[in-house]
Design a binder for this molecule. Structure first.
Ligand code: S3P
Length: 427
């Protein structure tokens, strides 16, 4: 499917964006290995978290949807069953990487794979620490899926200093730590999203400027209730839309405001964005707020690099859009891991920005460009990546003339109703 997006006169209204993808995955994973029935409110019913549900279904975990609630019938730490079929993580890196941590500790072997895009993504980053813990994992020659995670007698606790800032690697090691003898410690230099720590109530301390997260092997998990806030990474698309399209005002309800996720809001504010937070509160251990955004004249001239990158890693595609429309130079560095996402996002962003008429310089770890007036509407390639499709769908609202987003159905990975939400706000 392709979607035509026309220039918006203005955007106005109130919307709720779907539940947080990272928290939705984790709520099912934790629910599956807890004792009792986990109740999840606001679960993201999109392709990626549904892949996590389907993998656990293959491992004998039942679930039930009831209105906006999802119930997961937990099996306890050691109650998962061997699956005679291959687990299919679909397009979801979070599913395969985090579940590998859980599967490494099982008393049975499992094979897990995914779609053509997932098969290209690096798995060495989780294989290395899990093997250090005693796991037995085989992968392709290039350390990609399919992964075969074999039965081992036991795992041992380790101290693991993350060589790259990655919440997926951190979480895989923490989940494996549940099955290890002793206390596993993960040490991170730059903070990455901390939902696993919050949801498992783990000890997290600062030591010599580093963050040290500890988990005790055999820790019994009791089923709980999780409330999933709206995904700030999904809200980001409409925040940028509201800023870009003249005479707009948008209110987005119940957005997750976890400090490890909202670096993009500070950046937009520094560029001059009119963004207000209302009704700030904490639900289920996660800060939440309503966000009101009004069209703003933005100035660019910024370099985003270093420690900031893990915090904004999923928002870089959409952050490049206001930068293109603002006055000044915009540069992203230290973001080489963007090349390992659902698609090579550095290449995809540069390709589409050039179609808008920008002169973009591409680096191994980022890109840079000077903004320009009179950007061109175009045919944008989604590269089958949900965040690329949505970023350039939003860009199109502020371009003159109709644009086309190719293979726009890929938004179903994290935001199945995205194109309808655009229409709801567009005047
Ligand atoms: C995620 C972590 C990030 C992020 C991804 C979701 C998670 O990946 O890009 O969309 O839920 O832990 P990395 O850990 O590879 O940075």
């Amino acid at each position: 499917m392709d979607t035509i997006v026309s220039t918006a006169k203005y955007l106005n209204g109130e919307i709720t964006v779907p539940g947080d993808k990272s928290i939705s995955h984790r709520s099912v994973m934790i629910g599956a290995i807890s004792e009792g029935v986990t109740e999840i409110t606001g679960f993201l019913k999109a392709a990626d978290p549904l892949s996590t549900i389907s993998c656990f279904h293959s491992l004998g975990v039942e679930h039930k949807f009831d209105g906006d609630k999802l119930f997961v019938y937990g099996k306890g730490l050691n109650g998962l069953k061997h699956s005679s079929t291959l687990l299919d993580a679909g397009n979801s890196g979070t599913t395969i990487r985090l579940m590998s941590g859980i599967l490494a500790g099982q008393k049975f072997s499992t094979k897990i794979s995914g779609d053509q895009y997932l098969l290209k993504r690096p798995m060495k980053r989780i294989i290395d620490p899990l093997v250090k813990m005693g796991a037995h994992i085989t992968a392709s020659e290039k350390f990609t899926a399919p992964l075969t995670i074999q039965f081992v007698e036991s795992l041992k606790a380790i101290d693991y200093e993350l060589p790259i800032a990655s919440a997926q690697v951190k979480s895989a090691v923490l989940f494996a730590g549940l099955y290890a003898d002793g206390t596993t410690r993960v040490i991170e230099h730059e903070p990455s999203r901390d939902h696993t720590e919050r949801m498992l109530n783990l000890r997290s301390e600062k030591e010599n400027g580093k963050i040290v997260i500890s988990i005790n092997g055999g820790m019994k998990l009791e089923a709980k209730q999780f409330v999933v806030p709206s995904d700030p990474s999904s809200a980001a698309f409409f925040i940028v839309a509201g800023l870009l399209v003249p005479n707009s005002e948008i209110k987005i309800i119940n957005v997750g405001m976890n400090p490890t996720r909202i670096g993009f809001l500070s950046i937009l504010k520094q560029l001059g964005a009119d963004i207000i937070f209302e009704n700030e509160r904490t639900i289920g251990g996660e800060p939440i707020a309503d966000i009101i955004v009004k069209s703003s004249i933005l100035k660019s001239n910024c370099i985003l690099e270093g420690d900031l990158i893990p915090n904004i890693i999923d928002e870089i595609p959409i952050l490049s859009i206001p930068a293109a429309n603002a006055v000044g130079k915009f540069e992203i560095r230290d973001a080489q891991d963007l090349r390992n996402k659902e698609t090579d996002r550095i290449a995809a962003i540069c390709f589409n920005l050039r179609k808008m008429g920008l002169d973009v310089e591409e680096y191994n770890d980022g890109f840079a460009f000077e903004s320009k007036k009179d950007l061109l509407s175009s045919e944008f390639n989604s590269f089958d990546d949900h965040r690329i499709a949505m970023a350039f769908g939003i860009a199109a609202l502020a371009l003159h003339g109709d644009s086309k987003i190719l293979n726009s159905e890929c938004v179903s990975i994290s935001f199945p109703t995205f194109w309808e939400s655009v229409k709801t706000l567009q005047r």
